[in-house]
Design a protein around this ligand. Structure first.
Ligand code: AMP
Length: 219
């Protein structure tokens, strides 16, 4: 897998993207940037960036491209020697084009795009049971009331209600699926369809074997 240095992970809202991002980072020794996690962190710290982002995120909208592009550009600039994973970016074709030109200027590129393609029906069934720890941020999948890690109370993620999900799904279909097509035209997409409930580890195994086949096909 020497050739694969720069990974992008694309997935629908609540598709289990964060879990698979951690798997990819650990398995392939990648530095990772989750734009969603970074923005939530800025909101918690009440920074200027957080204040700007929260007005969009509270309404289940995407944060404007120029804000997110700036974050990612400077993160990449401070990880020039690293192998990395972008989790949740690019989410629009404009972001993908900006990323491409920023990387080109650095003499590099995206090597592979993992598309976690989970069906809407499956995600809606899952979402009803998702919880996030109010203290440490640990997430669970079975409606737990107490955090298994730090024992603090759990809450539903604020953007996990049905109306917000419908908005986020619409953005995913209209804005983010075109990003997948953008990368498919470049032959960079590893497609992982998920239509039945299973363990996250099974999905991770499928990703690993698909990546192995992909890397071999590029050699
Ligand atoms: P995530 O944790 O990836 O689901 O992201 C949570 C929220 O952060 C999204 O619903 C957006 O409001 C915002 N966000 C994260 N990444 C991006 C991005 N690449 N472009 C625009 N907004 C983003």
């Amino acid at each position: 897998m020497h050739a694969l240095q720069h990974f992008v992970l694309v997935g629908a809202p609540a598709s289990g993207k964060g879990t698979q991002a951690r798997f990819l980072a650990e398995t392939y020794h990648l530095e990772s940037l989750s734009t969603g996690a970074l923005l939530r962190h800025e909101i918690d710290r009440e920074t200027e960036l957080g204040l700007r982002a929260s007005s969009y995120m509270e309404r289940a909208m995407l944060v404007p491209d120029e804000i997110v592009n700036g974050i990612v550009r400077s993160w990449i600039g401070s990880h020039l020697e690293a192998s990395w994973l972008l989790d949740g970016y690019p989410r629009t074709v404009a972001q993908a084009e900006t990323l491409e030109s920023n990387l080109k200027a650095l003499g590099t590129q995206v090597d592979v795009v993992v598309w976690l393609d989970v069906s809407r029906e499956l995600i809606e069934a899952r979402m009803a049971k998702r919880r996030e720890c109010t203290q440490c941020g640990h997430t669970t999948r079975n409606g737990e009331e107490t955090c298994p890690v730090c024992h603090a109370p759990m809450r539903k993620r604020s953007d996990d209600n049905a109306a917000a999900f419908a908005l986020r799904w619409r953005d995913y279909e209209t804005l983010t699926e075109p990003v997948v097509r953008f990368y498919q035209q470049q032959g960079l997409v590893v497609h992982i369809p998920v239509t039945q409930e299973g363990e996250p580890e099974d999905v991770s195994r499928r990703i690993a074997s698909a990546l192995k086949a992909y890397a071999e096909s590029k050699n």
